[in-house]
Write a protein that binds this ligand. Structure first.
Ligand SMILES: C[S@@+](CC[C@H](N)C(=O)[O-])C[C@H]1O[C@@H](n2cnc3c(N)ncnc32)[C@H](O)[C@@H]1O
Length: 335
């Protein structure tokens, strides 16, 4: 993929940055992992604190130039890796004071119409965030009607998934579906008009296809498990989610593997029932202020959750993987 020529700085407004900084509470010399570099908003703010260090990741090569600028400025205090959450085990020696995820797409990705994330685009249906062999075009033109229905229903929570997937298969038998506006037209023709609905009728299907193309649930689950492993005892796992599937996964993880919720029977075998990866968890959600929502509408659906790593030894939380296996198995389907 070609790099865009325009400057990316300032193209993405960091969501809930004040709240993220408040929960991270950066102190002199502390070290942070920013798993979703994007426009660099979080990394830049964390580096403003004295002698802090930031290791940042992003799967998208488009942000590399921006990361290099930060590297020039902060030299030994900042490092960027063009990697995915699922590759977090490349970190073997460092333990972090906080690991931060700000999930989903950046405005840089959404606003670049050539990448096909936006239903306002008329460009080719790509939707890759980077480092995936799939494209939306390939999924829409080669997956069965049943697979498409499962994807749209499970990842988009779209009630009319069946009608939409049938119509995708019908239309592609006449000619391949190549562009975002072609998909938008199929969705519009498939759905019943609902004038009360505030969100665009294409939102859920676009979200579902994007999640499938990028294997977002596998990435999230693998990422938060590997992030737990590289936290110091007392370190914070900070996650900003943007839709209910992501939030459900994070909530399940924090609740079921915290001291106050897991079954702490010391006579039980060392299995996932009594695994306490986190200290007491209050199930508290932090949301954006109405002021921020006015300035940055993207923050409207953001939910921030934080869990604190306990001093217990790390054991893989199999119960989390099993609970959402139906989604990770769906992401493994091939046409
Ligand atoms: C919402 S943006 C982050 C914005 C950033 N916090 C800021 O303030 O500028 C999310 C970023 O995470 C990246 N991303 C999403 N899933 C990823 C994954 N599995 N591995 C690595 N990066 C990922 C996306 O490419 C995108 O650039």
């Amino acid at each position: 993929m070609k790099s865009p020529h325009t400057s990316l700085e300032g193209k993405h407004l960091p969501v809930m940055i004040d709240e993220v900084l408040k929960v991270c509470n950066p102190k002199k010399g502390e070290i942070f992992m920013d798993c979703t570099f994007g426009g660099g908003g979080y990394s830049r703010e964390l580096l403003k604190f004295k002698e802090t260090k930031v290791v940042a990741l992003d799967r998208d090569t488009y942000v590399t130039k921006l990361a290099e600028k930060l590297k020039d400025k902060f030299k030994t205090r900042f490092i960027f890796h063009n990697k995915k959450f699922s590759q977090l085990d490349f970190v073997t020696k460092i333990k972090f004071d906080a690991v931060i995820f700000d999930l989903g797409l950046s405005s840089i990705q959404l606003d670049d119409l050539s990448r096909g994330f936006s239903f306002k685009s008329k460009k080719e249906l790509d939707m890759s965030m980077g480092q995936t062999d799939l494209s939306a075009k390939k999924v829409l033109n080669s997956y069965s009607s049943k697979d498409l229905k499962d994807i749209i229903k499970n990842f988009g929570e779209e009630e009319e998934a069946s009608k939409i997937s049938n119509n995708i298969v019908k239309e592609r038998s006449k000619k391949p579906i190549n562009t975002t506006d072609e998909l938008v037209k199929i969705i519009k023709n498939s759905k019943k008009k609902n004038y009360k609905n505030k969100i665009d009728e294409s939102t859920k299907t676009f979200q579902a296809i994007r999640m499938f193309v990028n294997k977002e649930i596998t990435e999230l689950i693998d990422g938060i498990i590997k992030a737990t492993k590289i936290l110091k005892p007392g370190g914070k796992l900070v996650i900003v989610t943007f839709h209910s599937i992501e939030d459900k996964i994070v909530k399940f993880y924090f609740k079921n593997f915290s001291k106050n919720h897991s079954r702490s029977n010391k006579y039980l075998p060392e299995n996932n029932e009594n695994l306490c990866l986190f200290d007491n968890y209050k199930n508290k959600i932090i949301t954006a202020t109405s002021r921020e929502v006015k300035i940055n509408p993207r923050s409207r659906s953001a939910k921030l959750r934080v869990a604190i790593r306990s001093s217990d030894e790390f054991v893989d939380p199999i119960k989390l993987r099993n609970r959402f296996k139906y989604l990770t198995d769906l992401e493994k389907r091939i046409a």
